[in-house]
Design a protein around this ligand. Structure first.
Ligand code: SF4
Ligand code: SF4
Length: 447
């Protein structure tokens, strides 16, 4: 059970996050030059094709929760790439020398305007690309824009503050090895075996600041499942943090360094697999973008917690005590897990194994609506009204199923659902998939 007082405390802390940011003093011209340099460097053949092939059909608008929630044309997905498009057209496209004659260069005001478009009003969910007849990867272009703005020192202050903390002290929201050890002790006090800093293990479990601070039951649940399966596993103090504010802020160097900490620890203990917590963005960061320093693929598997339990169930290694068949559950697919990551069947295998009345949303799986809080948007204070409009689409989708509970496998989505529910007092029951699975393990409740 989540302690609502702790959640409120967390919200209070977020409200003041921006005050901790230390913006770099950069001259206006230098900001523009830095942003343009990133845009040029990142505009490879594939991105150039994306920038040049939009036919302005508008289908992507129908797919975007921020456009749908506001009907404001400035939130049209393809428009979010316009600045990148302008730089490409003036500097690297085939007719760039001619285009430069009758178009103006981008300036600081443009970059400032795009800050809201690529941080507040895009969760990089990728839903627009699912319907684009030209297959344009808008989320990738938005991410390049985040990298450009990060280089220009124009990251929203809340994300800047956390990224600076992670890059400097190596902690996130003040949570480091000491705080992890404290939670491990608390859970051990509940009778749960939690190996910490074992020198060798087959599986390295990664957790996240959100679980350490708010969702300790999710960490406890994952530990209980691993123990039940008799997996040889450990947490590692030097590589436990899944949250990657390099990815969220657009700071490439930090993204690589934060991933490297996990990779180094997994290599040090000879792990055959790394299991990530219920955290959407951690999955593509490590699973699809994680590489050894020499560029080679990681020599271990990377699994999301929901993917791991679903696979164990499907392969017959994990069976659950049947639950209440009259309980009506639906599932919210976190965008980074389902749409970007393909983790679709495994969580459903786990939901079916619960023995409850499982109801799909419509649409579902890779076309499921985003909750509006991903990619760091949840932390941006001024984005709250916009985020809420997006969440209302999600809430309506969940309510249409007639389910009494929505099940999630991403802590960030969970926070956004809790915030949305708090605003509307909708009485939505929100559960973590991993916690539901652990609650139906055969045998005694803690081990
Ligand atoms: S759906 Fe694709 S082609 Fe159509 S407007 Fe959007 S980005 Fe352009
Ligand atoms: S990636 Fe998602 S949030 Fe961003 S423009 Fe596309 S649909 Fe909208």
């Amino acid at each position: 059970m989540i302690d609502m007082a702790v959640f409120k405390q967390f919200q209070g802390a977020i409200a003041h996050l921006g005050e901790m940011a230390q913006p770099e003093p950069i001259a206006d011209d230098e900001r523009v030059a830095r942003a343009k340099a990133v845009m040029r460097r990142k505009t490879d053949r594939s991105l150039a094709l994306d920038l040049e092939s939009c036919v302005n059909c508008g289908y992507c608008s129908e797919a975007c929760h921020f456009y749908q929630g506001t009907q404001d044309p400035k939130y049209t997905p393809t428009r979010k790439l316009d600045l990148l498009r302008r730089v490409h057209a003036r500097e690297s496209a085939a007719f760039a020398p001619i285009t430069r004659l009758f178009t103006r260069d981008i300036n600081l005001a443009d970059l400032q305007e795009w800050q809201e478009l690529v941080y507040d009003s895009c969760t990089e969910c990728g839903r627009c690309s699912m319907v684009c007849p030209m297959g344009i990867n808008i989320a990738r272009g938005v991410n390049v824009m985040r990298e450009a703005l990060s280089e220009a020192g124009l990251v929203p202050l809340e994300l800047m503050a956390v990224a600076q903390e992670q890059a400097g002290r190596g902690t996130v929201f003040g949570v480091g090895p000491t705080e992890l050890a404290g939670v491990v002790e608390t859970l051990r006090g509940r009778g749960i075996t939690i190996p910490l800093d074992e020198p060798h293990a087959d599986v390295m479990l990664v957790t996240t600041v959100i679980d350490v601070l708010l969702f300790q039951d999710a960490l406890a649940a994952t530990a209980r499942i691993l123990n039940h399966l008799k997996v040889d596993w450990t947490l590692r103090s030097a590589g436990f943090e899944a949250a990657n504010f390099g990815l969220l802020s657009g700071n490439e160097a930090l993204q690589a360094a934060a991933s490297q900490r996990i990779i180094d620890e997994a290599l040090a203990i000879g792990a055959k697999a790394v299991i990530l917590p219920e955290c959407g963005h951690a999955y593509p960061t490590l699973r699809w973008e994680g590489r050894l320093p020499n560029g080679k693929p990681l020599p271990f598997e990377v699994l999301a917690a929901s993917e791991f339990v679903g696979r164990e169930i499907r392969e017959g290694r994990l069976t659950l005590v049947p639950g209440d068949p009259s309980r009506k559950l639906t599932y919210h697919d976190a965008c980074k897990l389902a749409r970007h990551g393909g983790v679709i069947d495994e969580p459903r295998a786990a939901l079916q194994a619960l023995g409850v009345d499982f109801r799909e949303t419509s649409p579902t799986a890779e076309l499921n609506w985003c909750c509006g809080g991903g990619a760091g948007t949840f932390l941006i204070n001024r984005a709250a009204p916009l985020r809420h409009k997006a969440w209302q689409i999600k809430r309506a989708q969940v309510e249409a199923t007639g389910a009494d509970t929505v099940v999630l496998s991403c802590a960030s989505c969970r926070l956004n659902f809790m915030e949305g529910d708090e605003v509307e007092q909708s009485g939505l029951h929100i559960e973590s998939l991993i916690e539901l699975v652990a609650a139906q393990l055969p045998g005694p409740p803690a081990s």
